[in-house]
Design a protein around this ligand. Sequence first.
Ligand code: WT7
Length: 662
Amino acid sequence: MSGSPPAVPEAHSVETYHPPKAMLENHPSKHHLSSFEEYQKLYKQSITEPKVFWAERARELLTWSKDFQTVHSGSLANGDNAWFVEGELNASYNCVDRHAHKDPNRVAIIYEADEPGEGRKVTYGELLREVSKLAHVLTNLGVRKGDTVAIYLPMIPEAIVALLACSRIGAIHSVVFAGFSSDSLRDRVVDAQSKVVITTDEGKRGGKLIGTKKIVDEALQQCPDVRNVLVYKRTGADINMTPGRDLWWHEEVEKYPAYYTPVPVASEDPLFLLYTSGSTGKPKGVAHSTAGYLLGAAMTGKYVFDIHDGDRYFCGGDVGWITGHTYVVYAPLMLGVTTVVFEGTPAYPNFSRYWDIIEEHKVTQFYVAPTALRLLKRAGDHHVRNEMKYLRVLGSVGEPIAPEVWQWYYDVVGKGRAQVCDTYWQTETGSNVITPLAGVTPTKPGSASLPFFGIEPALVDPVTGEEIHGNDVEGVLAFKQAWPSMARTVWGAHKRYMETYLQVYKGYYFTGDGAARDHEGFYWIRGRVDDVVNVSGHRLSTAEIEAALIEHHSITEAAVVGVADELTGQAVNAFVAVKEGTEVNEALRKEFILQVRRSIGPFAAPKAIYVVPDLPKTRSGKIMRRILRKIVAGEEDQLGDITTLSDPSVVAKIIEVVHEQR
Ligand code: WT7
């Protein structure tokens, strides 16, 4: 990659942070690994003897109703990976029963309702009863092992109950984020062939009501195969109930006993589907196995987040996305600790909401996306008035975290007493794949650091398809070995699975992300390869330019896209949101450009800077650069579906800004 900017930040500009001393001293017990060297040793074993490594962990962390003999079979090249082949187990037994038997009064769920003070706690004993009753209800509705159930629920404890009730009877849950439109819901229900949908009368988020049942009703007009809708009463709104089809959750669960014998499933039986959008085509129903997925959740919960008995774990992700599946539900419950289910938003009723929750419940691990951190950083440090002295781990997920935001997280939220863990993974990987281990791995702001056990990263030259060896290099991130929690297929479209992930570079799993490996082997995620801009032969990461822009004190958020340019191939266009009260003029725009020139180099300087009120983001906070790319390309009439944006009205405002500046 000659002619590229330095692949990796210069060593002198990057500070290495060791696990904070105060965290080590305040630890209630001790870290699961004693040293970084121990990680290195175990990691090596996980790569050279994966079967030995994973068999031991699978027997330690999962409870089996039937043991396995074959640890792993199949290959990446053939796309037929199977783990713990002959084994049988039940996910809800692993997440609930075994903890309830030991300590029924232990709190499984702390529910923080949208309105502060309106939540409640659910113990493992109660969870077992609720899951069992719902399992009876589903069975009575004709749901059988291998059937899918669509779940369209807000962030309430019943969402967890619903997931676990499905798994208790061997059914496959298919959660659709309760912010998706009725059309998106319909497509997912139809694709997954779900015959039962679980929802609420309404949802409540950030003080606003969401008509979930109404959306379900609309979707179901075009889902002829749906037999029943189970409705949990959340707000008591006056809603339509279709006789014979719609049933009240509270009336149904009343009818059944508080115990349901868990149905054992095979290791490879699917636990769930989760739809995810690719760069092309309709959303894919990514299918995860039962045993391998659960092991990934438990292993990363234990080693990445350093979960210990008695911890109170708070992941701010929604159960409608993979982060919610793995780190609100499965990781904490597999390990028998308390998980916080937060229904609201970080800005309601004010910007201290997260910090108040952490303080009140003595949260030990907090996990959130940088987009929320940027919002809260922008709101001002005075909102972070809590001590939060139990915090040991501060996780970041979903997008690169700019060093500046990382530093704020570390200093202002963690007060230097908690470790920031920038975790890289995907819906398809099931659990964290490149990530520090809290208490063990040294970190560098902006780097997801090192591979998790069993993950063997490779950087591939996108042109030749050859692996790039050595350090201080950059390429497309791929994995060379199968790992237990990798997605097994795309529901009903195995060919698409093969083409998207396993046939791009034969023998590798293709992530779709660009990455660099620095002189110490640390990984720096550059963003999706379709977000890479090439200016005069310089490969630029949009994430890198964004990080540079955000270093400017006036900028709160930035999104960079490549635009076709006659002279340079592609040119960089930047969209930025600025602090309230900032006067926007030509001089300021020049400053922004200078910021990038200074931080990365003149070749990276944006050709245009658009100051916009907000960026187009999905409800999970991902910036939709695709929309920005269309706008700057003058293809506003081809924006596609923008209903999944958290605020679709920003699009018109952005178009206006771009037009004005031309
Ligand atoms: C894509 C996966 C699984 C978490 C929620 C998103 C980006 C994820 C990081 C990170 C830089 C990240 C990648 C990846 N991504 N984590 N720590 N640093 N980028 O799941 O919707 O499946 O998206 O999110 O581009 O491919 P997802």
